[in-house]
Design a protein around this ligand. Structure first.
Ligand SMILES: [Cu+2]
Length: 111
């Protein structure tokens, strides 16, 4: 049977390795569309602790925000070439929108 200490050490090890493996993703705003790796993205799955960089690749402003229960944020409006990062710490779903272009919409599922 495992001792409490062994379980505690195991949990800490798991937490540390989860932190160490946190990934970074870039979602571009390009032609009023969310794109990942040059392709339109409507749904993407990440792991808790991962960070998404929202990069404006259009010659005009975007204002990325989310009103989801998982995470509420407003990155403000920012110009071409600028990138803003959001770290998703908890599992769940976040709907991502642009305040300037209502047709822009995507969902990030955090596992
Ligand atoms: Cu926009």
């Amino acid at each position: 049977m495992l001792s409490k200490k062994t379980v505690a050490v195991g949990l800490v090890t798991m937490l540390l390795s989860a932190t160490a493996s946190a990934a970074d993703y870039t979602v571009a705003q390009n032609n009023k569309t969310f794109k990942k790796g040059g392709e339109k993205v409507e749904n993407m799955t990440i792991q808790a602790g991962d960070t998404v960089h929202f990069k404006n690749e259009d010659p005009f402003f975007h204002n990325i925000f989310s009103l989801s229960d998982l995470k509420t944020f407003d990155l403000g409006s920012y110009p071409a070439g600028e990138s803003k990062a959001v770290t998703f710490d908890e599992p769940g779903e976040a709907e991502i929108e642009c305040a300037i272009h209502p047709e822009m919409y995507m969902v990030i599922e955090v596992q």
